[in-house]
Design a binder for this molecule. Structure first.
Ligand code: F0G
Length: 467
């Protein structure tokens, strides 16, 4: 429906609640020190507003909770699978549908069955688990983001696009080495930015010309469809399921983490129209995930996923979702925190490198800003910068918004926390790594602030726990 009010209300009311912890500053300082200054080390009861991820953290609808009781736990041939299969056929058009326990399981099956050492996978930008799975198979993950996607102030409507000129040149020069082209919708790593239908169409045509299979990473397919509807000329009258179907029709298959736009706590999909690949996927699925009619999930999970995939395409929900992210971004900017433009679909990315210009990349500005948000107000985000990707082009703090969980008052509170953080930005200390694992270091590294944090009282205090 059309909505001509200034306030975009949450298009749901709340019937089950979960208390959130409100801690005082001393308790937050102790918690962060115990976590060795790594925000991943915090416990749920230590976090007031958790914006670490939008993955698996959404609120299911009453209908989804009800559907759990309808889960058919038959090992082979479950009714719940057939219901999911029908929904996914309708949504994507892909004849071969494999449930998996989450997105990276689909990536792993794809990488292990179709990649070989020395091959290339081209993507607008690989999500980190996709990259890791490609590289684990001995292939090379090559990112071809659109020029300007690393400039936080460049407000292009489809900043998630792949660089078509670069893609064509790579296919021309090294076509025989390219095993797969992928598009990540929306493009998480560059700020949750959408990919245009025109870009998907061009990639599809190039892949057909060079005879290279083309897959979507469709974790946030619904948010991408919304951006096409409202930003791309010619799509404003299309229904969202029609836009989504057109996106899927242009590709040969998809990996999909249903923990995002499937609005479930666990689940994913691997789908394709290529029969030879489907056969390989089926064998690998049985080896690692389970029989193809449950694929690492319970029947009840399949029921919740069938409904979540459809609810995510509801127009009122997506209008609210995307507007609330933009509202959050506008509030942060007013508070004095620069953000990546334009705001994306699932998160606001704060430009820590610019705000904390007194810190070098090896002093981890994104981590410094993340620690400050936590210490000021118990708000947890995630660093996306040199700690996560050594040599990163940008130093960001991602504040991801779980689906249907927080209200506008929660976001207003985070903006108030941001005002306090921004007021003291020039005093925030950098960090150094004390210990780190051999890979994916951001999850478990131990860190230390480079100098004492200046507390609200104005006194310099150590963040070390009191003895
Ligand atoms: N692809 C994209 C674009 C993702 O953002 C993620 C996960 C995955 C694949 C992997 O899916 O977690 O179900 O195995 N992203 C989460 C995040 C973890 O916080 O952005 P998964």
């Amino acid at each position: 429906m059309s909505w001509d009010f200034r306030t975009i209300i949450e298009p749901f009311r709340i019937r089950a609640v979960e208390p959130i912890p409100l801690l005082d500053r001393k308790a937050r300082e102790r918690a962060l020190a115990r976590a060795e200054h790594n925000l991943f080390g915090l416990r749920a009861e230590e976090v007031t507003i958790d914006l670490l991820t939008d993955s698996g953290t959404g609120a299911m609808s009453a209908e989804q909770w009800g559907a759990l009781m309808m889960g058919d736990e038959t090992y082979a041939g479950s009714r719940s699978f057939r219901r999911l299969e029908a929904v996914v056929h309708e949504l994507t058009g892909y004849p071969h549908v494999f449930p998996v326990h989450q997105g990276r399981a689909a990536e792993r099956i794809l990488a292990r069955t179709v990649l070989e050492p020395g091959k290339l996978v081209l993507n607008n930008t690989h999500f980190d688990t996709t990259r890791a799975n490609v590289e684990q198979a001995g292939a090379r993950a090559v990112d071809l983001p659109t020029p300007g996607s690393d400039d936080p102030s460049y407000a292009c409507p489809f900043k998630g696009n792949i660089d078509l000129a670069n893609l064509e040149e790579t296919l021309q020069l090294r076509g025989s080495e390219v095993a797969l082209v992928m598009l990540t919708l929306t493009n998480n790593a560059v700020g949750g930015q959408p990919v245009s239908m025109a870009n998907i169409e061009s990639v599809s045509a190039l892949c057909r010309r060079y005879e290279v299979p083309f897959f979507l990473d469709a974790a946030r397919f619904a948010e991408n469809a919304w951006f096409i509807k409202v930003r791309e000329p010619g799509y404003d009258r299309w229904r969202l399921p029609e836009i989504a179907r057109r996106m899927f029709d242009l590709a040969d298959g998809c990996t999909l983490s249903a923990k995002k736009d499937g609005i479930v706590h666990i689940g994913g999909l691997l789908c394709t129209r290529l029969p030879q690949w489907a056969e390989k996927f089926r064998c690998e699925l049985i080896l690692g995930e389970g029989y193809p009619t449950y694929g690492g999930l319970a029947g009840r999970d399949l029921e919740a996923m069938s409904l979540g995939l459809l609810e995510a395409l509801d127009e009122d929900y997506l209008r609210y979702r995307v507007r609330s992210i933009a509202y959050f971004a506008e509030g942060l900017e007013r508070a004095g925190i620069p953000v990546v433009h334009p705001p994306g679909g699932h998160a606001v990315f704060a430009d820590a490198g610019r705000l904390l210009s007194h810190l070098r990349p090896d002093q981890f500005p994104g981590q410094a800003l993340g620690a400050a948000f936590y210490l000021e107000g118990g708000v947890r985000g995630v660093e996306v910068g040199s700690l996560m990707f050594p040599g990163a082009r940008l130093e960001l703090l991602r504040l991801a918004v779980p689906r249907r969980v927080y209200t506008q008052a929660h976001i207003d509170y985070v903006i108030e926390v941001a005002e306090r953080v921004a007021a003291r930005a020039s005093e925030l200390p950098g960090y150094r790594i004390l210990r780190e694992p051999p890979f994916l270091r951001h999850f478990s590294a131990s860190l230390e602030p480079l100098e004492a944090y200046i507390c609200a009282s104005g006194r310099r205090e150590s963040c070390a726990p009191s003895p």
